[in-house]
Design a protein around this ligand. Structure first.
Ligand SMILES: Cc1cn([C@H]2C[C@H](O)[C@@H](COP(=O)(O)OP(=O)(O)OP(=O)(O)O)O2)c(=O)[nH]c1=O
Length: 611
């Protein structure tokens, strides 16, 4: 078979590699495939004796790895990816299957068995096409295997132990890695080298070509003359079932993989697919559907946080659903549903002992954790959710109104209770903890002796600046009701004495003197008139040679993920690097430099020119 440019066929699909193997990731990315990695949690312990051949075992394991990931992702995102690839590599000596050694003795047993002999390396591969229908996951599995023969030289005990002690054998089938030190053990290889390393790329491409390139009409006519697929194979298929170039959407049985039992014949195809279908179907709109459902996942997370579910499980988990319901005083049936969805979203782990927090929940969703984002979840639920329900109105009433949505919220916050202010502060505090270090280190700020963080809230960024620059004195300037409550967020520490909190309004009161002014995630919340007013106030207070450091959500074209844009949707589009540069220049700053800070932010530093 001539190879077609098949990798490109997967370009517009969401492809997931269900493998933790760095070799597989490397082989596929070197081939130009773009994919996400979601290691499978399928436990590789199928009953080997129940398989007629070693390769049948490898293929089944590969399939189960891929299906586990497809199922988990479907539950988690309420959508599965388009394609999930699973693989399993084993070494076979006769009928005996060798997988990864469990310890050095096991590695020694394996390598001794291979010493001086020929053996087979099989990699089973499963390509799972996924499709969600009415909330159900439909999968079509295409599977194959590749065999490579490897011969080891006669090896001394000493060499074997030296090799074992190198540590290389432990994560590799048969206890060796042909691509590294293990290459020294090998006398010859017959077959695909990459298959030994974990992924038979050549056979994979042929399989893709078989799946994605239907036969040309002339080939088909020839096939029909040969009467291979009987006409009645196709006659009951509706149009929608007649698969095009997207195997994920073709009819069941319209595209079988090679059979494990060695039947490598081509599966039948529809006439329509062959004649018309190749390019007619649009790519499956996975991202779009995810967007449509995204709010459900957010609301589940918010609800679980609000109920303090993660706190209860941290202290008393794992717990059965009924016990969780009792502790939260909630309805048992609904609680169980919530717990199951949280498990599907990767927030909880469900075992026979009950539900427990996953690592990410322990780290970020327990309220008193060092890296807790509880405050942000609570605030988003209580306020941002409401703001977004007014988005249509804001858009209808004009851009300023849209940008003003957050400003309105800010005003609402100011006019309301202490509890609301605290909630806002907790949200900002938890978000700043994620970004403060990146902002403080985006540029070398050691030339400044003093800094003033305008709207610096609980002083998280101030702490980070003080920690990073040992001679820097930092002022946190924020509204009196904020500075009054900020004490509750302070941890002690040597740099605290270099931080002071000054109450004031950035739009009305004179700004504290400083060599460097800092605005972190402030500008995005205000309409243009207020933004220019603020920048011109800073510009007037800043001495020539002083600086202005601005941190804002990064624009997507600078490589940010989709989330920062969503985060600021009601406050307008994030500015590009050029827009930031022009903004600071317009207010008298020169030498404006722009840097990325982590995944979320763009940081800009300008120097005040002499007036
Ligand atoms: C024989 C041989 C195997 N291997 C590796 C390939 C596989 O990664 C590994 C066999 O274990 P597998 O179970 O196939 O894969 P894995 O555990 O690494 O990853 P996952 O289950 O998440 O997909 O052995 C080599 O790197 N070189 C070799 O020469």
């Amino acid at each position: 078979m001539v190879l077609c440019p098949v990798i490109g066929k997967l370009q517009h699909k969401r492809v997931v590699l269900a493998s933790a193997s760095p070799r597989r990731q490397e082989i596929l990315s070197n081939a130009g495939l773009r994919f996400e990695v979601v290691p499978s949690r399928f436990k590789e312990k199928l009953h080997k004796a129940s398989f007629a051949t070693p390769y049948a075992y490898a293929v089944e394991t590969a399939k189960q790895k891929a299906l586990e990931v497809a199922g988990r992702m479907h539950q988690k995102d309420l959508r599965a990816p388009d394609v999930v690839i699973g693989a399993d590599t084993i070494v076979a000596v006769g009928a005996m299957i060798l997988e990864k050694p469990v310890d050095k003795q096991d590695a020694y047993r394996m390598l001794s068995r291979l010493n001086g002999k020929e053996h087979s390396v099989f990699t089973g591969v499963a390509i799972v096409h996924c499709c969600s229908k009415d909330g159900r996951l439909d999968t079509e599995v295409s599977e194959f295997y590749e065999e490579t023969t490897v011969k080891f030289s006669e090896l001394s005990e000493e060499l074997l132990w030296e090799y074992i002690n190198s540590g290389e054998p432990m994560d590799k089938a048969g206890g060796y890695g042909i691509q590294a030190l293990g290459g020294m053990l090998v006398e010859y290889v017959h077959g695909d080298f990459l298959n030994v390393v974990g992924f038979p790329l050549n056979h994979f491409c042929k399989e893709l070509a078989r799946l994605y390139y239907p036969p040309r009409p002339e080939d088909l006519r020839r096939v029909r003359h040969d009467s291979i697929p009987a006409v009645d194979t196709f006659e009951n298929l509706s149009d929608s079932e007649a698969g095009g170039s997207d195997p994920g959407q073709s009819a069941k049985g319209g595209r079988g993989g090679e059979q494990v039992d060695g039947d490598r014949s081509q599966a039948p195809r529809t006439l329509d697919a062959a004649l018309n279908g190749a390019e007619s179907r649009p790519p499956f709109p996975t991202g779009l559907l995810e967007l449509m459902d995204g709010f459900k996942a957010s609301k589940v997370l918010f609800t679980a946080c609000k109920l303090k579910l993660f706190d209860v499980l941290k202290d008393q988990g794992p717990l059965q659903a009924v016990d969780v319901a009792r502790k939260l005083s909630t309805c048992a049936g609904r609680t169980e549903q919530l717990l199951d969805v949280c498990a599907a979203l990767g927030l909880l782990e469900k075992t026979h002992r009950g539900y427990g927090n996953t690592e990410v929940a322990t780290l970020h969703l327990v309220s008193d954790g060092e890296h807790s984002l509880q405050g942000l979840a609570e605030y988003n639920d209580a306020h941002v959710w409401g703001v977004f329900t007014r988005l249509g109105l804001a858009v209808r009433e004009g851009a300023d109104q849209t940008r003003g949505a957050l400003g309105a919220m800010e005003e609402e916050r100011l006019s309301q209770s202490k509890e609301l202010t605290l909630q806002f502060m907790r949200a900002k505090h938890s978000l700043s903890k994620l970004t403060a270090h990146h902002v403080a280190t985006a540029f070398d700020l050691s030339r400044f002796a003093s800094a003033c963080d305008l709207g610096g809230c609980t002083g998280i960024l101030a702490r980070e600046l003080a920690q990073e620059y040992p001679r820097l004195q930092v002022t946190v300037f924020d509204l009196p009701e904020v500075t009054e409550l900020s004490g509750g967020f302070q941890r002690g520490g040597r740099q605290t004495e270099r931080i002071r909190f000054v109450p004031g309004d950035i739009f009305k009161d004179s700004l504290p003197e400083a060599d460097l002014y800092v605005l972190s995630r402030i500008l995005q919340d205000w309409p243009d008139d207020k933004l220019h007013k603020l920048l011109s106030r800073i510009s007037s207070s800043c001495k020539p040679g002083g600086g202005l450091l601005v941190a804002e959500a990064a624009a997507e074209e600078e490589g940010a993920s989709r989330s920062p844009r969503l985060r600021t949707l009601s406050a307008g589009q994030p500015r590009s690097a050029d827009e930031h540069r022009r903004l600071l220049q317009r207010h008298g700053f020169r030498d404006v430099r722009v840097a990325r800070a982590g995944d979320l932010l763009c940081v800009v530093l300008g120097t005040r020119a002499a007036p």
